[in-house]
Design a protein around this ligand. Sequence first.
Ligand SMILES: CCCCCCCCCCCCCCCC(=O)SCCNC(=O)CCNC(=O)[C@H](O)C(C)(C)COP(=O)(O)OP(=O)(O)OC[C@H]1O[C@@H](n2cnc3c(N)ncnc32)[C@H](O)[C@@H]1OP(=O)(O)O
Length: 129
Amino acid sequence: MTDTAKPTGELTLRTLAMPTDANPAGDIFGGWVMSQMDLASGIRAGERAHGRVVTAAVKEMAFELPVKIGDTLNVYTEITRVGRTSITLQVEAWAHRGRHRILEKVTAGIFIMVALDEDGKPTPLPVEG
Ligand SMILES: CCCCCCCCCCCCCCCC(=O)SCCNC(=O)CCNC(=O)[C@H](O)C(C)(C)COP(=O)(O)OP(=O)(O)OC[C@H]1O[C@@H](n2cnc3c(N)ncnc32)[C@H](O)[C@@H]1OP(=O)(O)O
């Protein structure tokens, strides 16, 4: 990570890593981080779909750095593809370290969200605009 590294995408979700989200060593569970990324994907894709979406797939995730108790987790999303019913997002999670003015990328992944109709079936996305 260099000093010039910057998040890609739109800041979609911010939250605080709490002691209840950590393992006995004080590292935040990867599953908690993933769930925040899932929520951010749901918000961004739901706004694009103007309705309900579900997570169809998560791809290529790697945990590069730990998240610690007291860090603020910032999740950035970028829509990279819009299909007939699916939206692909590049999602990055960055940790703002508690007492330090440092923002570090901790993980990134590709999330595929699908728009659903009222019967829970994939439904075509609206035209943007
Ligand atoms: C009003 C404004 C509100 C705005 C503000 C909202 C805020 C609100 C925030 C809520 C935030 C919640 C965010 C948490 C969301 C969950 O956690 S949802 C729970 C976890 N996910 C699930 O339970 C999903 C379970 N799976 C399913 O229901 C079905 O498999 C699916 C995903 C609907 C797909 O059904 P299917 O019959 O396989 O559909 P199919 O027609 O074959 O494929 C549909 C599309 O999905 C793609 N696809 C399917 N599987 C895959 C795969 N494995 N890989 C890649 N693409 C795939 C297909 O390529 C296709 O894409 P298009 O070519 O149409 O673009």
